[in-house]
Write a protein of this length. Structure first.
Length: 188
């Protein structure tokens, strides 16, 4: 009986290693979506494999699956030590940039939330302009408001902070949250 359990465990590890190898091959061939699938199959069997989690996060980022990338980077930070947190925060910054460029509000919000969760002291002010440009032009949404709020909190100067808070208040008003918008407009 014990031998059967040991053999089953060895078979699972072997199957997981095969998924990592397939993921590595797909990644090297720039088939990032395929690599992400393989890494996730590996992680389904060995969820605490930090190296594979980092590979999955990068594959998701390269595949343009930005919300998935943010989720993988947060999982990397939660499952690892200080080095993993630093790597994950760096990855989330890359997700912020990519999401702002593609105007992916959900991914932008996921990356900002992730950054706040794993590295709350890490300044997002350096991304204030990117964050704002990624959401101001689009229709208002809860994700956009969240991003604007955090961007304003980390704005590099008072002028940028005022501009972002004005955009935040305007978004609140467009979403019918006039009472909250009124309070923010009063600050000007």
């Amino acid at each position: 009986m014990v031998a059967t359990v040991v053999l089953a465990c060895v078979a699972c590890v072997g199957a997981a290693a095969e998924h990592e190898d397939l993921g590595d091959r797909a990644y090297s061939e720039r088939r990032y979506s395929d690599a992400l699938v393989e890494y996730r199959l590996y992680l389904a069997q060995v969820p605490d494999a930090q190296l594979v989690r980092a590979k999955a996060a990068m594959a998701a980022l390269r595949a343009g699956e930005l919300t998935d990338a943010a989720e993988e980077y947060v999982a990397l930070a939660i499952g690892g030590g200080d080095a993993s947190v630093g790597e994950a925060a760096d990855g989330l910054e890359r997700v912020v940039r990519a999401a702002a460029e593609t105007r992916d509000q959900a991914a932008l919000a996921a990356a900002v939330n992730g950054m706040r969760q794993i590295a709350p002291g890490r300044a997002l002010g350096q991304f204030a302009v990117q964050l704002a440009s990624g959401v101001v032009d689009g229709p208002p949404s809860e994700e956009a408001l969240l991003v604007l709020f955090y961007a304003a909190a980390g704005a590099p100067d008072a002028r940028m902070q005022d501009s972002l808070m004005y955009a935040y208040a305007a978004g609140l008003r467009q979403l019918g949250r006039c009472e909250e918008a009124h309070l923010d407009y009063d600050g000007f």
